[in-house]
Design a protein around this ligand. Structure first.
Ligand code: ATP
Length: 461
């Protein structure tokens, strides 16, 4: 069920949008202005905020960012109001919904905000087996540890488990544990009282409380600091949490799903992950295979995204040409489904003619690693020496910045994959990107943030 907040008066066309959304199963809350909307968002989790352009969308987006409330904002306004739409998108709204509202567009937005289509797209027996196992354990209350390479669909699988669980009509809340520094992650998870630390201007419920009765996905749990690991363990064992600055424990009823692309058993062996928490999370283990290990999924998933991005951009649906199919099937997909999604997205926009041809399918072939690429080490050394010689005279931090940004571009903006290649933690990578952005350097956007269509905008996810 999608939790929707509408900011604006429900008297006119926005009321129509609200009725369509509730008839499609959304749980709706309404606020008269940005200030009251933010106050609601602090206390409850929302999957989507729909804000009338009569209100200050830019301020809304910056308040959400400042308070680290992760929720997409869709601006809406009269169809002919193109300049307001452009302003809203520039202000950080994810899309513009023209009013009067189109029922199908609202349905697509709600579905995108809720996470994905009903069942993960699949045809390969390897993926069918994983889904069968997931559905088998969904109705139990046990924690599930989902592993798999970056971009394989771990979050998609977690949502699938939630939808098949007894908690399906309660919230599904996801938190990326690698995205925030430890102190912020703690307040994000457990919430805080007003004044608990400098900057805590208002009380805020954490993800555990937001997910009460439902499911909480702790994504990239392998990155979590040991002190917080202990707190998660306590929440799992005692079924209660402590808000920062709170007077006493708060009871919570949450099923935990955890996801990681690390080998957690190895992390335990290396002393970086608590063994007791590992056992607690690993009651059921599911591994999502890499896309190259389920080749029969490639074309059905590509067709799914071709349909989705054609619809989102108002482009007629086209099939892949035989040569394009061969190219898709022959690629290694080291970035897994996320890379396939980006490739198809681009192909849909680039293709000309009746079919999506091979020339529109731009595949990123990873640069060979020096050791593997060079049979004779001696032959590789002069090339490396030339490359390094060209850097002499440049400042270390500049070279580092260029390497990081190039790697990120190569990974189509995928932070997790870039951090893996660079051999740094995702937190370090995010901090660096923050610094670069502050100096005005162009930082490639993360997948899913890419603006693709000119107004009218209709793409989420
Ligand atoms: N079987 C599938 N059918 C349709 N879309 C999929 C499928 N698997 C993954 N996707 C899409 O691919 C993208 C990546 O999936 P997801 O975020 O679940 O991967 P992940 O393994 O959790 O990635 P990360 O390790 O980076 O957190 C998302 O846009 C998701 O909707």
């Amino acid at each position: 069920m999608t939790r929707l907040l509408i900011i604006g008066s429900l008297e006119a066309e926005l009321g129509q949008a609200a009725r369509i959304a509730t008839s499609r199963g959304a749980r709706l809350r309404q606020a008269d202005g940005v200030t009251s909307g933010i106050a609601m968002a602090r206390g409850e989790g929302f999957d989507l905020i729909l804000c009338d352009v009569l209100h200050d969308v830019a301020w809304l987006v910056s308040c959400l960012e400042a308070e680290r409330i992760a929720c997409p904002v869709v601006a809406c306004g009269r169809n002919q109001d193109a300049s307001a739409a452009v302003r809203a998108i520039q202000a950080g709204a994810k899309e513009f919904l023209p009013l009067p509202p189109d029922a199908e567009l609202i349905a697509a937005m709600l579905q995108a905000a809720a996470g994905e289509a009903d069942t993960p797209v699949h045809r390969d027996p390897a993926m069918a087996a994983v889904l069968k196992r997931a559905e088998g354990v969904a109705r139990a209350e046990a924690s599930v540890l989902i592993t798999g390479e970056s971009g394989t669909g771990k979050e998609v699988l977690a949502r699938h488990i939630h939808r098949h669980s007894r908690r399906a009509d309660r919230p599904f809340v996801a938190l990326n544990c690698a995205a925030l520094p430890e102190a912020l992650l703690e307040s994000e998870l457990f919430g805080h009282e007003k004044g608990a630390f400098s900057g805590a201007v208002a009380a805020r419920r954490g993800k555990f409380e937001q997910a009460d009765g439902g499911t909480l996905l702790l994504d990239e749990i392998g990155e979590m600091d040991p002190r917080l690991q202990a707190k998660i363990l306590r929440a799992l064992q005692e079924r209660e949490i402590d808000r920062l600055g709170g007077a006493g424990p708060v009871k919570v009823d949450v099923r935990i799903l955890a996801a990681t692309n690390r080998d957690l058993a190895a992390e335990v062996a290396a002393g970086r992950f608590r063994e007791d928490l590992f056992f607690r999370l690993n009651v059921v283990a599911l591994r999502v295979p890499a896309l190259r290990d389920r080749p029969d999924d490639i074309l059905p998933i590509a067709e799914h995204f071709a349909r989705r991005y054609a619809e989102a951009n108002g482009i007629p649906l086209r099939r892949f040409s035989p040569a394009a199919r061969a190219a898709l099937l022959g690629h290694a997909w080291s970035g897994n489904v996320r890379e396939l999604e980006n490739t198809v997205h681009r192909a849909v926009l680039l293709a000309e003619g009746d079919e999506i041809g091979a020339e529109a399918v731009e595949l990123h072939v990873p640069a060979p690693r020096p050791a593997a690429a060079a049979p004779a080490l001696a032959a590789a050394q002069p090339a490396r020496a030339i490359g390094v010689a060209a850097l002499v005279g440049r400042r270390m931090e500049e070279v580092e910045r260029d390497l990081i940004l190039e790697t990120l571009t190569h990974c189509l903006g995928n932070r997790t994959r870039a951090a893996e290649i660079l051999g740094i933690s995702i937190r370090t990578l995010r901090n660096k990107l923050h610094e670069y952005r502050a100096t005005g350097a162009p930082v490639p956007m993360a997948p899913g943030q890419m603006p693709v269509a000119p107004f009218p905008y209709a793409q989420l996810g």
